[in-house]
Design a protein around this ligand. Structure first.
Ligand SMILES: Cc1cc2nc3c(=O)[nH]c(=O)nc-3n(C[C@H](O)[C@H](O)[C@H](O)COP(=O)(O)O)c2cc1C
Length: 207
């Protein structure tokens, strides 16, 4: 990650950093961004429109390395990642993904699968039904944040027909697709505003 100091405009919610300009951020003061990670986490948005610009295999492999670094229950690593650049296959996947046409503007898709039996063999039902899903969720979030740090945009998509997507990709029967991530360079106007429940509503401190 680029740790160069981040310029923050005091005027209004305009933050420059990591080689790009992000608007719409809920920035209270430059100190909010003294730590590069919080900038990254707060500035990531779901991107639903991409430039017509290729994301290279090398870049995509970086994202997979980030995913590979995620924690997993008992280090079972139940994940498998399909990286799809083939446009014909992307179009078929789109048909099984609630017709979210915008995903076709992405350069690549990453389909994240879990092999729940890997976790079940060690942790039984808890491994199968909980850890195997949590593990892939952690991997997906690593991909989203790594992409953001590289100036790329993503969306975590869960709206697809699992069975039909499995057929299109000819997945081994033990693989369950749990996430579809279109990846590309964000189109200029593709950053929606930050919209979060207030922290004091979502946290309970017990001291
Ligand atoms: C499990 C999950 C499934 C999602 N599925 C979709 C989806 O199918 N299509 C989509 O456009 N966004 C999808 N999203 C993205 C959410 O809509 C988005 O994260 C949320 O609105 C917050 O916006 P932000 O990501 O820009 O912060 C999904 C997110 C998660 C975590």
């Amino acid at each position: 990650m680029n740790n160069n100091p981040i310029e923050v405009s005091n005027s209004k919610d305009l933050v420059k950093g990591f080689g790009e300009v992000i608007e719409y951020m809920d920035v209270k003061s430059p100190n909010d961004f003294s730590n590069g990670f919080i900038y990254l986490a707060k500035s990531r948005r779901s991107i639903r429109g991409f430039k017509d610009k290729d994301v290279t295999k090398e870049q995509l492999m970086r994202l997979i390395e980030a995913a590979q670094s995620a924690p997993s229950g008992g280090n079972c690593q139940p994940w498998h990642f399909y990286v799809i650049k083939d446009k014909k296959l992307q179009a078929e996947i789109k048909e099984k993904s609630c017709h979210q046409d915008w995903i076709l503007t992405a350069s690549a898709f990453i389909v994240v699968c879990t092999d729940a039996e890997r976790s079940a063999s060690r942790y039984g039902d808890r491994g199968k039904n909980l850890y195997s899903i949590q593990d892939t969720a952690a991997a997906i979030q690593n991909i989203l944040l790594c992409a953001k740090s590289m100036g790329l945009g993503t969306t975590w998509c869960g709206a697809f027909d699992e069975e039909k997507l499995s057929e299109v990709l000819n997945l081994p029967k033990e693989y369950r697709p749990v996430g579809l991530i279109p990846v590309g360079y964000p189109a200029e106007d593709s950053y929606p505003p930050q919209n979060r429940r207030p922290v004091d509503e979502i946290v309970t401190f017990i001291e």
